[in-house]
Write a protein that binds this ligand. Structure first.
Ligand code: ATP
Ligand code: MG
Length: 374
């Protein structure tokens, strides 16, 4: 779907991603032609596993398993009948279609379709031909090296290949929203690098395990990414000691943004991602978001900003993070929550509320304790 000169770069990135996800399932020969990636298994490879892995590769619009046969009508018809025997036996209607990128093949696409369709009709006489809504589609593609037989493709993960758009730091809590936010930005080709703030002993080791699990689940879409763990207790305690209660959450979130921004620069990432959604909680009003993002020079991406909780939950279920997200552990955001949080803060008032803190010293001390988990 891409135009212009960048297309080749995106296709190369896509090929690298397909190579990465199929590697654990055995040997595969890969080639990329005219926006199609052909993945051919070598002896002993786990085709089923590799196919499943490819359904999670961003940049793939659709995918299908196919049988490769010699480019010869005498081979194509019997192979189609055998390869698609099961669906053809169960279905009531079908159609055959052909595409020919090898123009030296002696038959045109309509001729190939007609011959295969006729032949299959003879072999499966219970079928009717339905060109509009067939239950089974038989597709024949004549390409450079072989003819390929397959059924209707299934939808792929869509989007753009991982890494083609750079990197961003994902503020990953243990909640429902932030893994979904990471998924959505990853889908646009930007690799999310997760960072989590924890406040031991106010938050438990179980809460941390949950975040590790979420990071791993997300990596099934994004590829391996190290999880940055930020010890946040000292910052939170300092805020509690030295700032007015109504501003606790806002000031804490500004520290998160600031520290995440600095970690981003270290990792050559150029934006932050959060799971914020407009109006969901006190710290997600327009005014609060405005005050929070001023703590970092980097752009803050909030892909869920206009979604309802229900819409977010639907995506969380589909990508496989929901069941982990709802495990009942506390987040550092819920430690020291003010009874009356400011919902329409002004920046000057927040800066005033922060003025007794030694921000820079707290940040340096916190950054020194960051751990990175592969
Ligand atoms: P989520 O469902 O993602 O936890 P939420 O609805 O609970 O979000 P908040 O707790 O206000 O909302 O958090 C807003 C965003 O701030 C989160 O989506 C996440 O991006 C970031 N965030 C919150 N807590 C943490 C944390 N402990 N570590 C890293 N990021 C966090
Ligand atoms: Mg949360």
């Amino acid at each position: 779907m891409l135009k212009g000169l960048n297309r080749k770069r995106f296709e190369e990135q896509l090929l690298r991603e397909v190579a990465r996800v199929t590697k654990p399932y055995g040997g595969f020969a890969l080639e990329s032609r005219q926006s199609v990636v052909l993945v051919s298994p070598e002896e002993g490879a786990d085709v089923e596993g590799a196919f499943r892995a490819c359904t999670r590769v961003f940049g793939v619009m659709s995918l299908t398993r196919a049988r490769a046969v010699p480019k010869d009508m005498a081979a194509i018809l019997p192979a189609a009948a055998e390869y698609l025997r099961e669906p053809l036996t169960r279905a009531r209607s079908f159609k055959a279609e052909a595409r020919r990128s090898d123009k030296s093949f002696p038959l045109t696409s309509p001729e190939i379709a007609q011959q295969v369709g006729g032949g299959l009709h003879d072999l499966f006489p219970h079928l009717t031909v339905d060109v509009r809504h067939p239950e089974v589609e038989v597709m024949i593609e004549i390409r450079d090296r072989a003819a390929y037989i397959h059924g209707a493709p299934q939808p792929g993960a869509g989007g753009l290949p991982q890494g083609s758009g750079g990197k961003a730091l994902l503020l990953l809590s243990g909640g429902i929203d932030s893994p979904v936010a990471g998924y959505m930005i990853a889908k646009r080709g930007v690799r999310p690098l997760p960072v989590h703030f924890y406040s031991y002993p106010y938050t438990s080791p179980e809460a941390l395990d949950k975040v590790k699990t979420l990071a791993r689940l997300l990596s099934e879409w994004t590829g391996p990414a190290a999880l940055r763990l930020v010890p946040f207790t000292a910052v939170q305690e300092a805020i509690r000691r030295q700032c007015p209660e109504d501003y606790f959450t806002l000031i804490m979130r500004r520290f998160m943004m600031d520290i995440a921004g600095r970690l981003a620069e270290r990792a050559k990432a150029t934006a932050l991602i959060t799971g914020e959604s407009l109006g969901q909680v006190a710290s997600q009003t327009l005014e609060a978001l405005g005050v929070t993002e001023k703590a970092t020079p980097l752009p803050v991406l909030r892909p869920l900003i206009g979604l309802d909780k229900e819409e977010i939950v639907t995506i969380a279920r589909r990508i496989g993070t929901f069941d982990t997200s709802i495990l009942p552990y506390e987040d550092c955001c819920t430690v020291f929550t003010p009874r009356h949080p400011k919902t329409q803060p002004r920046l000057e008032a927040v800066l005033e509320a922060e003025k007794n803190l030694d921000r820079e010293a707290l940040i340096q001390q916190t950054m020194a304790g960051v751990e990175v988990l592969r």
